[in-house]
Ligand binder design. Sequence first.
Ligand SMILES: Nc1nc2c(ncn2[C@@H]2O[C@H](COP(=O)(O)OP(=O)(O)O)[C@@H](O)[C@H]2O)c(=O)[nH]1
Ligand SMILES: [Mg+2]
Length: 301
Amino acid sequence: MARVEQSGFKSGFAAISGPPNVGKSTLLNRILGEKISITSEKPQTTRNRIAGVLHRPGFQIVFLDTPGIHKSNKPFNQQIVAVALAAMNDVDLLLMVADASHPDPESEQLILSLLRQKKHAPVILALNKIDRVKKPALLKSIDDWSRAYCFEAIVPISATEGTQVEDLIAAMEKLLPDGPPYFPKDMVTDMPERFLASEMIREKVFHLTGREVPYSTAVTIDSFKEDAEKDQVMIHATIHVERDSQKGIIIGRQGKMLGAIGEAARKDIGRMLGARVYLKLFVRVEKNWSRDAQAMRRLGY
Ligand SMILES: Nc1nc2c(ncn2[C@@H]2O[C@H](COP(=O)(O)OP(=O)(O)O)[C@@H](O)[C@H]2O)c(=O)[nH]1
Ligand SMILES: [Mg+2]
């Protein structure tokens, strides 16, 4: 018998790609109306491929948030860029994000050359952070981008303010192939809660500590115990760093920094889980883990 298709329904996978720090994760959270991908003002916050599902009447888009594509000689950075490049294959749609207020020519050229070389799905460009640019500069930027590559559409947006994000979704909907919903309605991400919790802790390290420490940080969840009756969750997690000096920074004077990281993470995780969260954090030195393939795998990369 012929396969029964839900008539008229559209669905597809869309990879969000672009240079580091342009607002890819912020945009994904905005589109979904939920925080599933961590963000920060520092580049290279996102390390894994994170999927989020947008459910709308008549269509469904599965987004893959990816690390920023950039040139690097460090093995760890090359590994996360490989994650981003792999996500560009096998999708129905590419959503490229660029920062309208702060061009990054080297990364942009790298991505454009990839787009020109490889066979891939149609590309929509979201020009983000328009809350920071004046109209004439924006128009010039749209003009430059439209010359650089034949995008299906160029949509200026502000992910933080939500400006024109609906127009962006409409432009994507037009390019979706016919297909069934891939995920059930209540599913917003394919990432387990444990992973999201570890990411929220890592995000607080990004937000609260200085320049060097965040890049040397990995977070693992050691135990995650739910007590459904009491609506509470007990989490033990370890923050791994590469040097003793970084351990000192994370703990802070009289444990103040670790306390602040824990308190901010506890609130976010509680909001995500809709439960009261008890969070206990440990700090451990794992010498040079980001240069050691085996240690990287152990820490989830
Ligand atoms: N002004 C402004 N800042 C933004 C906008 N979107 C993202 N940002 C900021 O840009 C930084 C990087 O965002 P993030 O989503 O982590 O970028 P990613 O590396 O591309 O995933 C964060 O500090 C965001 O708050 C926007 O539309 N306007
Ligand atoms: Mg990101």
